[in-house]
Design a protein around this ligand. Structure first.
Ligand code: NAD
Ligand code: TYD
Length: 346
């Protein structure tokens, strides 16, 4: 039987991946290993927490002895590695936690997998970001062999972890897979990231902080489509390969924020144009990457994956989810979030 360790399963993307695997594969046992930092929340997994094929372990990937014991005790057959510090702004104000979790934590998992897996048939699947490729101008797309050029402490830490994963494949023959995905959006995303932050602020009539000119471009993908891509790569992707995952869906930040204002004016019964007045241009992010855009041809041609949802529908669903889940928002924005918000946006 497969015993799959999903790290970071209580976070935004991880919780969608855990849910998909627990519900779709009753013959697998899914172990969710998460440190439950500010970004991890077991509320995200209420609907699967009692499933027979699911268990949760609280732990830190920075602790190699703990990982070693877990691999021995549970005979882990595969790893899907999502645990990370994930927010660029936090990596600018405090890079060390990113370096320790994202680089050393990944190295710990690789070491333990290497020493525990003495036979064939395992998969170490590392989840990464398109930010490792750096920043694009107006033209072009990131493909799988675009040279790495990370520019924030976050993307540099993810790039380092990708290099380590590839090195363990080439040097020790560890059976690895990597995917690099564009910006995700959807339910359960911590409201420090653009889309949930704006939804929350629009709802409460708070200023909408747009960095710099607002002309930076991101390629948005619905989180459940990312989880579907992870399922396909885990089962059908080739060992040693990298797959780029993206939404073919580029938006400038300012156009996206205006679109969210328009939809929410309608949903909240406000006069058209009301929420847009909240837009406030603020100091730019240090080293702000201009444009990310993924060419997702390889995963389409090789594995048949394409996004399932139009952005308009996904954004609408996402806004509804945040409006209907006030308790979740209140929970995660109490305490530490208030402090972060004050420090970052004052
Ligand atoms: P997130 O911040 O929402 O969740 C990260 C999870 O990791 C949390 O549950 C947290 O508690 C856990 N974690 C953090 N440090 C840990 C540690 N030391 N030990 C164990 N658990 C720890 O992040 P996310 O947005 O869900 O991203 C998940 C993964 O996907 C990350 O590796 C990220 O780099 C990658 N990714 C994210 C995006 C995106 O748009 N959010 C896009 C591409 C790739
Ligand atoms: P974010 O959601 O932090 O993702 P990433 O930096 O990993 O792409 O930010 C998305 C874009 O939105 C990015 O260009 C920065 C911008 N942004 C703002 O303009 N204002 C904000 O308050 C935030 C959080 C982000």
């Amino acid at each position: 039987m497969k015993k799959i360790l999903i790290t970071g399963g209580a976070g935004f993307i991880g919780s969608h991946v855990v849910r998909l695997f627990v519900q779709k594969y009753p013959d697998y046992h899914i172990i969710n290993l998460d440190k439950l930092t500010y970004a991890g929340n077991l509320e995200n997994l209420k609907d699967v927490e009692n499933a027979k094929n699911y268990s949760f372990v609280k732990g830190d990937i920075q602790d190699k002895d703990f990982l070693k014991n877990l691999f021995e005790k549970e005979t882990i057959t595969d790893v899907i590695h999502l645990a990370a510090e994930s927010h660029v702004d936090r990596s600018i104000s405090g890079p060390m936690e990113f370096i320790v979790t994202n680089i050393v934590g990944t190295a710990n998992l690789l070491e333990v997998a290497r020493s525990s897996w003495t036979n064939d048939g395992h998969i170490f699947y590392h989840i990464s970001t398109d930010e490792v490729y750096g920043s694009l101008g107006d033209e072009g797309y990131f493909v799988e062999d675009t040279a790495y050029d990370p520019r924030s402490p976050y993307s540099a830490s993810k790039a380092s972890s990708d290099h380590l994963v590839r090195a363990y494949h080439h040097t020790y023959n560890l059976p690895v897979k990597i995917s690099n995905c564009s910006n995700n959006y959807g339910s359960h995303q911590f409201p420090e990231k653009l889309i949930p932050l704006m939804i929350n602020n629009i709802k409460h009539n708070k200023p909408l902080p747009v960095y710099g000119t607002g002309k930076n471009v991101r390629d948005w993908l619905w989180v459940e489509d990312h989880a579907r891509a992870i399922d396909v790569i885990f089962h059908k992707g080739r060992i040693g390969e990298t797959y780029n995952i993206g939404g073919w869906n580029e938006w400038t930040n300012i156009d996206l924020v205006k679109e969210m204002c328009r939809i929410m004016d309608e949903k909240l019964g406000r006069e058209p144009g009301t929420s847009e007045k909240l837009i406030t241009f603020v100091k730019d992010r240090a080293g702000h990457d201009m444009r990310y855009a993924i060419d997702a041809t390889k995963i389409k041609n090789e594995l048949g994956w394409v996004p399932s949802l139009e952005f308009e529908e996904g954004l609408d669903k996402t806004i509804d989810w945040y409006l209907e889940n006030e308790d979740w928002i209140n929970d995660v924005t109490s305490g530490d979030y208030q402090k972060y918000y004050k420090e970052h946006y004052s």
